[in-house]
Design a protein around this ligand. Structure first.
Ligand SMILES: [Zn+2]
Length: 252
């Protein structure tokens, strides 16, 4: 009586195992991915520099409010945009570019899919590149996977197209998408703050709390001698060594 049940259960477990191998591309450790230099979570630096990033926009109401605050504090940010939102709000993207912020690729339709195929991801990235290039004249060099979901297929597809894959400091996700009070968002960022952090925020959907938290955060950063730079500048500056930097200045 028990035997057929045990055989059936064993068979089911085996089938689930085979299915999971087939469906999920391999994911390596963070250390492995970081060692390639193609995937970053944050940078190591003693300089008081951080990168604030906004995902999923541009939004017609909240992104302009965010841009006003960034301008007030002379801060630069990186916008990981979704191509279909750029199509709807091209003027907001143009403003981001004109004000010196970095535009990065966050797919076209924002598919939340750990098992996305290389072909599907490739066309998502191409479509977003195309619309950004048409509006700004340049192609982005950074890509952030939707939901941070990554594996070899996702990373290799992006890297083969010349992208650097940018996640975020795991201690700098204040979960603003869940719409907590603004003070909770800014307290989270300020308490966890480290030089070289990449901070995750969102400008799509209803984001009054994010805007309010941004003002508190920028004020704190400004008063404490931090500079907000784009992710590309964060990477560039973290590689500069002080003496080499001095030696780079041409002697008259
Ligand atoms: Zn997203």
């Amino acid at each position: 009586m028990l035997k057929p049940i045990i055989i059936t259960l064993t068979l089911l477990t085996f089938l689930c195992f085979v299915h999971s191998i087939g469906a999920n591309a391999a994911t390596q450790s963070r250390e492995n991915y970081e060692s390639t230099g193609n995937v970053i979570w944050e940078v190591k630096t003693h300089q008081k520099i951080v990168a604030i990033t906004f995902d999923d926009g541009p939004h017609p109401d909240y992104t302009p409010q965010i841009l006003d605050l960034l301008a007030k504090y002379d801060a630069k940010a990186t916008f990981f945009v979704a191509g279909n939102k750029v199509k709807s709000y091209p003027d907001v993207l143009k403003r981001e570019v004109n004000e010196g912020h970095e535009i990065a690729n966050h797919t076209y339709t924002h598919p939340y899919d750990r098992n996305i195929s290389a072909n599907k991801l490739s066309s998502e990235l191409d479509n977003t590149d195309k619309i950004i290039k048409n509006l700004s004249g340049y192609r982005p060099s950074l890509y952030r996977p939707v939901g941070g979901l990554h594996n070899d297929t996702i990373i290799n597809t992006a890297v083969n197209k010349g992208f650097k894959v940018v996640l975020w400091s795991w201690h700098q996700d204040p979960k603003d998408w869940a719409m907590p009070p603004a003070s909770k968002i800014s307290n989270h960022i300020i308490k966890a703050l480290q030089p070289g952090d990449i901070i995750l925020l969102h400008d799509w959907s209803d984001r009054p709390q994010t805007v309010q938290a941004l003002e508190t955060t920028l004020d704190y950063l400004y008063k404490n001698g931090y500079e907000c730079v784009t992710v590309s500048e964060l990477l560039y500056r973290s590689h500069l060594k002080f003496p080499e930097f001095l030696m780079d200045i041409p002697v008259q």
